[in-house]
Design a protein around this ligand. Structure first.
Ligand code: SF4
Length: 64
């Protein structure tokens, strides 16, 4: 599909990087894990979770 990103590790819906499990972008072991924030909490690395928490706290207390 034009304009969409295609993962080089995805082969027929399976991930060649994570034991040929069904491709689930952002799952642990995926090349996207730890690089982006996902709406599903368990897809977020501890570092990303800390960043999200810090951002949430910042918004709560305002940017002073
Ligand atoms: S799970 Fe991640 S690394 Fe694996 S095929 Fe899907 S997008 Fe690529």
């Amino acid at each position: 599909m034009s304009g969409s990103w295609g993962c080089p590790h995805e082969v027929k819906g399976l991930c060649s990087k994570v034991k040929n499990r069904p491709c689930d972008p952002g799952m642990k072991g995926c090349v996207l894990y730890g690089r982006f924030a996902f709406s599903t909490a368990d897809k977020n690395s501890p570092a990303i979770r800390r960043k999200l928490l810090a951002t949430k706290e910042e918004k709560k207390h305002g940017n002073q």
